[in-house]
Design a binder for this molecule. Structure first.
Ligand code: NAD
Ligand code: UDP
Ligand code: UDP
Length: 319
C-alpha cells in the first residue's frame, strides 16, 4: 500500500483517479481548491478511512508525507482557465515548483499532467513527442499552454539537476462521466445541449479536429506511466489516435441522443488549434497502452451520465 497525493483530486480526472487508486488498495490524499472541481465528485469517497481531503491551493507550499504525487491541479477547460489567466499561470508554474519541492524533500515519484496544448496549433500531424510545437506566447490560450510548457521545463530541470524521478504525460482531449455540467468543453456542452433539444453551439465551421479519449482508458495510462522505472521520464502522449471533426462530433451526439437539436455556427475563438491527433507509438512501446473504448461507446456512457443528472438534479445542471 502506498500513500498517494493527487492534486486536482476534486476535478473530472482527479476524482476518478482517487477512486481507482483507492480501489487498488492505496491511501489517497486529495488536494484541491475547488476552483473548477466539485465536492460532489468525491462525496462517495469521504467515508473511506484510506481517503483524506485537504482544501489547499497548490500555488502555496504544502508540507505532508507521501510516496507518489500525481500533479493534476489546473483548470483544463478554456472558459475556466481564461477566467483568471494570472492564476492559471501561477497554478501551472508555482504549483509545479511547490509539488516538485515536496517530491524532492520526500524523494517521491511525481507525475505531471501535461497536455496536447504544448503543441499549440500544430504544424506536424499527428503530433509526436519530439515535435516542439507552435504556441502563441501572448494569446488567450497562452496562460495554459505556456504555463504547462514551463511546468514541463521545471519537471525536466528537477530531474536533470536533482535526479528526481519525474514522469511527464501529454494528455489529449479526454471526456467521460463526472465532467462538470458547466465545464464548457465540447463533449459536455454538446451532450447537454442535445439532451435538452437546445441548439448545438459549433464554433467556426466545425472542420477543426480533435481526438477524444475515454476517461477510464486515460487513467490506466497515467497509472502505467507512474509504474515505469525511474529512467522513463517522458514526455509520453496519452490520447485516442483517431481523429474527428467537431462537426462529426456534433452530428454523432445528435444521433446518439435522438435529439431534435439543430447545429448553429458561432465565432471560432482565437488560436483554436485546427487539428489534433496523438502519435501514441511511445505509449504503446513503453506502457503497452492504447485506448480501448471507441468514441461511440464512450459517448453513450457519458450521455447516460448526463441524462441521469438532468433528471435527478436539474438545478445543478442548469443553474
Ligand atoms: P478539471 O478542471 O475538472 O480539474 C482540475 C482540478 O484542479 C479541479 O478540481 C480544480 O478545482 C483543481 N485546481 C485548479 N487550480 C488549483 C490550485 N491552484 N490548487 C489546487 N487545486 C486546483 O480538469 P480535468 O479535465 O480533470 O484535468 C485535470 C488535469 O489534466 C489538468 O491539469 C489538465 O490540464 C490536464 N489535462 C486534461 C485534459 C482533458 O481533456 N481532460 C487534457 C489535457 C490535460
Ligand atoms: N516545498 C513544499 N513542500 C515541501 C518542500 C518544499 O511546498 O515539502 C516548496 C517550497 O515552498 C519551495 C518549493 O517547494 O519554495 C521548491 O522547493 P526546493 O527545495 O526545490 O527549493 P527551495 O526551497 O530551495 O526554494
Ligand atoms: N467547441 C465547439 N463548441 C463548444 C465548445 C467547443 O465547437 O460548445 C470546439 C472548440 O472551438 C474546439 C473544440 O470544440 O475547436 C474542442 O474544444 P474544447 O474546449 O473541448 O477543448 P480544446 O479546444 O482545448 O481542445
Amino acid at each position: 500500500m502506498k500513500r498517494i497525493l493527487i492534486t486536482g483530486g476534486g476535478g473530472f480526472l482527479g476524482s476518478a483517479l482517487c477512486e481507482k487508486l483507492l480501489k487498488a488498495g492505496n491511501e489517497v490524499i486529495c488536494v484541491d481548491n475547488f476552483f473548477t472541481g466539485s465536492k460532489r465528485n468525491i462525496y462517495p469517497l469521504l467515508d473511506d478511512p484510506r481517503f483524506e481531503l485537504i482544501r489547499h491551493d497548490v500555488t502555496f507550499p504544502l508540507y505532508i508525507e507521501c510516496d507518489e504525487i500525481y500533479n493534476l491541479a489546473c483548470p483544463a477547460s478554456p472558459i475556466h482557465y481564461q477566467r483568471d489567466p494570472v492564476q492559471t499561470v501561477k497554478t501551472c508554474v508555482h504549483g509545479a515548483i511547490n509539488m516538485l519541492g515536496l517530491a524532492k524533500r520526500l524523494r517521491a515519484k511525481i507525475l505531471q499532467a501535461s497536455t496536447s496544448e504544448v503543441y499549440g496549433d500544430p504544424a506536424v500531424h499527428p503530433q509526436v513527442e519530439s515535435y516542439w510545437g507552435n504556441v502563441n506566447p501572448i494569446g488567450i490560450r497562452s496562460c495554459y499552454d505556456e504555463g504547462k510548457r514551463c511546468a514541463e521545463t521545471l519537471f525536466s530541470c528537477y530531474n536533470m539537476q536533482c535526479g528526481l524521478p519525474v514522469k511527464i504525460v501529454r494528455i489529449f482531449n479526454t471526456y467521460g462521466p463526472n465532467m462538470h455540467p458547466h465545464d464548457g468543453r465540447v463533449v459536455s456542452n454538446f451532450i447537454l445541449q442535445a439532451l435538452q433539444n437546445k441548439d448545438i453551439t459549433l464554433y467556426g465551421d466545425g472542420s477543426q479536429t480533435r481526438s477524444f479519449c475515454y476517461r477510464d482508458d486515460l487513467l490506466e495510462g497515467l497509472v502505467r506511466m507512474m509504474a515505469t522505472s525511474d529512467d522513463v521520464t517522458g514526455p509520453v502522449n496519452l490520447g485516442m489516435p483517431q481523429e474527428f471533426t467537431i462537426r462529426e462530433l456534433a452530428e454523432l451526439t445528435i444521433k446518439l441522443t435522438n435529439s431534435n437539436s439543430r447545429i448553429i455556427y458561432c465565432d471560432l475563438p482565437s488560436d483554436d488549434p485546427k487539428q489534433r491527433k496523438p502519435d501514441i507509438s511511445l505509449a504503446r512501446k513503453l506502457l503497452d497502452w492504447e485506448p480501448v473504448t471507441p468514441l461511440e461507446a464512450g459517448l453513450q456512457k457519458t450521455i447516460e451520465y448526463f441524462d441521469g443528472l438532468l433528471k435527478s438534479d436539474p438545478d445543478f445542471c442548469l443553474s
